[in-house]
Design a protein. Structure first.
Ligand SMILES: NC(=O)c1c(N)nc(OC2CCCC2)nc1O[C@@H]1CCC[C@@H]1O
Length: 326
């Protein structure tokens, strides 16, 4: 193949494979069989080796970086990554609703989101390109885990708009991957992970991205660092924008026009959480309007416009589930 044909074939394969990857890992609706994807990826790898001048950092072949790191460097978060105040029962939620109404009046809409039990991470994009990813750390300073986050197939390496922005989400390990990983650890007589959250944290802190890549991690996005820049006026609008940009967001979110509807959603997912393919440790309830969020502001470490309803701990169920399945 001559050089100009190689260049256009590389571009065509990069676009095709990025789309197939999006369909499989974000939409969960693959349009081609894995064997077709692997064949095209192999062809792209060969062409990029033969013509390295056409290799780009966002190519689908660049998910697993080369070197094993000595250590992670530090990252200062532009806007602090806040934590969440907790609610443990219905009265706590009603008190939260009263505080919100007292501060911003009675025209309130909430959005409820499943509280993914993983670890909070931040992703930075410059002109659409994924340039840096970090752990939350203490909220102000985190660790640079860009190489490991690049291995999460549902994270787009390039957005479908040349936006420069910071997005936040929860990295997690699906339950099936957690059980499989622990089975392999037990076969190697290694200590198993206690739960999927620890397994996800341990995997993202691996200095060798090849190990992180083997752990089948995933990520749900739930926030845009500077929501204002993007024109979104509500949290729910921000989540829809994240989806339009190619990110994976959790589809179980629900707009609630009253605390009664919030309580219904909490009740529903208290029953249904065991059916999910990932662990949740509660429900996050947020005032939907961004201007009302601004009005409510934050305390030193958490927003006044959001609260986490926490489910009672379920360690016992995890142990029983392991015994049943092993
Ligand atoms: N784990 C989650 O699914 C989740 C979520 N869906 N939404 C938020 O919104 C917070 C973030 C800052 C202010 C509101 N936080 C979440 O997790 C938090 C982040 C930091 C500690 C918890 O993991």
């Amino acid at each position: 193949m001559d050089r100009s044909n190689a260049e256009s074939r590389v571009k065509e394969l990069q676009e095709l494979l990025s789309r197939y990857n999006y369909e499989y890992h974000v939409l969960d609706k693959p349009s081609v069989p894995d064997v077709e994807y692997d064949k095209l990826l192999h062809e792209l790898k060969q062409l990029e080796e033969e013509y390295p001048e056409f290799l780009t950092p966002d190519s689908p072949t660049q998910r697993i970086g080369g070197s094993v790191l000595e250590q992670f460097s530090k990252v200062n978060h532009k806007t602090p990554m806040l934590s969440l105040g907790n609610a443990f029962n219905e009265q706590d939620l009603r008190d939260f609703d009263k505080r919100v109404r007292k501060a911003v009046g009675d025209k309130i809409s909430y959005i409820c989101e499943l509280k993914i039990d993983g670890l909070a991470v931040s992703l930075r994009y410059e002109k659409g390109l994924f340039v840096q990813g970090a752990t939350r750390g203490d909220g102000s300073v985190g660790e640079d885990i860009t190489a490991n986050l690049k291995t999460i197939r549902s994270i787009p390496l390039r957005l479908n708009k040349p936006f420069s922005l910071e997005v936040r989400g929860e990295a997690f390990m699906p339950r099936s991957s957690f059980l499989q990983l622990n089975k392999e650890k037990e076969e190697r007589e290694e200590l198993p992970f206690a739960n999927p959250r620890n397994a996800a944290a341990g995997s993202l802190r691996q200095l060798d991205p090849r190990i992180a890549s083997s752990r089948n991690l995933d990520l749900f996005l739930y926030g845009i660092g500077e929501l204002g820049e993007t024109g979104a006026e509500t949290q729910s609008g921000g989540l829809d924008l994240l989806s339009e940009l190619g990110f994976k967001t959790n589809k179980e979110r629900r707009k609630c026009e009253s605390i009664e509807e919030v309580l219904q959603y909490v009740e529903e997912w208290t029953e249904k959480r065991a059916e999910l393919e990932y662990d949740i440790d509660g429900i996050v309830i947020k005032v939907d309007s961004l201007s009302q969020q601004e009005e409510l502001g934050t305390t030193v470490k958490s927003p006044r416009w959001a609260i986490a309803f926490k489910f009672p701990a379920e360690e016992v169920v995890t142990v029983i589930r392991d015994i049943e399945l092993s």
